[in-house]
Ligand binder design. Structure first.
Ligand SMILES: *Cc1c(COP(=O)(O)O)cnc(C)c1O
Length: 422
């Protein structure tokens, strides 16, 4: 498609956008009385307007039913999380019973490591990406130390090549093969938080499994953003947070995928609690643990309903729109943003280097050569919400649910003014 860096063109694109009405489903913060241009849906998605109603309904049940709310009311609390499994399974390409919602992401990765990282004398190494999200690094290092292993020796980080900003799939596959018999686990971020790269999840999973390892994915930046087919790819486990592209609110409950193959494996260790036992007999308060026949067996505590309610509201939106339509808009919107960046680049002295490779989702990470923190401050003061990573990278994520083509055009104009001066 032939793009143009004009307001008229951007507005025409919006008029043709089948998802345009969804912008109005979200609350936008305001700066100087104007709705912001929001590029940080990769960090905290905007609040859907319908979320309030879901939360209020829990508050009302609590007020009016108190403890009876566990079993009465429109959405009883005791199995509230089960309502999320089917729509969430559609987002990540799983069977309903392979998905559950619980805890938060790093906590879930720790719990999943209990089941899926079982080091032996020979097979104990973990492969991850270099400079993984800090929480994942701390999680992996502490897990290794917990098992009496030295992270320096047991944690293998896949490097980018000298002078390159992205990982090459062939390098990852070669490393998996090289570690071979010593490889216990591959655990990588499916979409990298820094450069926005989408990793070749299917082929990496396949390679990890042929090496005899377990393969898990951290999908924090992938869920609700890119195509996922976890069951078909034969991924062992995965987890993601719900507050980035999934718009469920700060620090909110996390999603978990556990391949159906593992669900009834009695040899798999697991940390257990009463919400993982069979519903039918849970309240008989028996000493024996009888696992649910689904990923729910990994549930430990009773459901944090007030934090799961916003996730359910958000999933209703995902179900209405579908990942396919979201991905179609995301591709063209991100391409338009890229075009606008190049167009502005040609008009100013600075130069923008997009370090996100072709294999990308929503996010473009941009080096602003010749510019500094003052430009970022200018953007924020003028209603462009983005984030800054040293030395001078901004991450722009035009979430397709609520960002418009006009936003991209207007961003370009503000960027230009910030460089040239008003
Ligand atoms: C956002 C993010 C996290 C956050 O973890 P929490 O436990 O939800 O605080 C972890 N890992 C990655 C890769 C992330 O992008």
């Amino acid at each position: 498609m032939q793009f143009e860096n004009t307001l008229v063109f951007a507005q025409q694109m919006d008029a043709k956008d089948p998802l345009r009405s969804y912008r109005d489903e979200f609350h936008f913060p305001k700066v100087k009385g104007k709705e912001v241009i929001y590029f940080t849906g990769n960090s905290l998605g905007l609040q859907p307007k319908r979320t309030q109603k879901f939360v209020d309904s829990v508050m009302t049940d609590w007020k009016e039913l108190a403890v009876e709310g566990h079993f009465q009311g429109e959405k009883p609390w005791w199995d509230y999380h089960e309502r999320l499994a089917a729509p969430l399974a559609r987002v990540v390409g799983a069977k309903t019973r392979e998905v559950t919602v619980m805890n938060t992401l790093t906590v879930n990765l720790h719990l999943l490591m209990v089941s899926f990282y079982r080091p032996t004398q020979k097979r104990y190494k973990i492969i991850c990406e270099e400079k993984a999200f800090p929480s994942d690094q701390y999680m992996l290092q502490s897990q290794l130390r917990f098992h009496g292993l030295d992270p320096k020796e047991a944690l293998i980080e896949i490097k980018k090549r000298e002078g390159e900003h992205f990982w090459r799939t062939e390098d990852i596959l070669a490393k998996i093969e090289e570690v071979g018999d010593a490889l216990a686990l591959v655990l990588i971020g499916g979409v990298n938080y820094y450069n926005g790269q989408v990793l070749a999840m299917e082929s990496i999973t396949k390679a990890g499994k042929s090496a005899g390892a377990v393969v898990g994915w951290d999908l924090a930046h992938a869920a609700g953003n890119v195509h996922l087919d976890l069951h078909k790819w034969d991924v062992d486990f995965a987890s993601w947070c719900s507050y980035k592209y999934m718009n469920s609110g700060p620090g909110n409950a996390s999603g978990v995928f556990i391949n159906e193959r593992h669900l009834n494996n009695k040899d798999l260790p697991r940390f257990e609690g009463w919400w993982g036992t069979k519903k039918e007999t849970r309240f008989l308060m028996k000493p024996e643990f009888e696992p649910m026949d689904s990923a729910d067996a990994w549930q430990i505590s009773n459901v944090p309903v007030l934090s799961v309610a916003p996730y359910l509201a958000s999933l209703e939106l995902f179900d209405e729109v579908g990942m396919e339509a979201l991905i179609a808009k995301r591709k063209i919107l991100t391409a338009y943003l890229e075009f606008v960046l190049h167009a502005i680049d040609a008009e100013v002295d600075s130069s923008f280097e997009i370090i996100t490779p072709e294999e990308r989702g929503c996010q473009l990470s941009v080096f602003l050569h010749g510019e500094g923190r003052a430009l970022f401050d200018y953007l924020m003061e003028n209603g462009v919400i983005t984030d800054w990573r040293e030395p001078n990278v901004i991450r722009l994520a035009p979430a397709p649910f609520y960002c418009s083509f006009e936003d991209m055009y207007r961003f370009g104009q503000i960027l230009k003014q910030g460089i040239l001066g008003d």
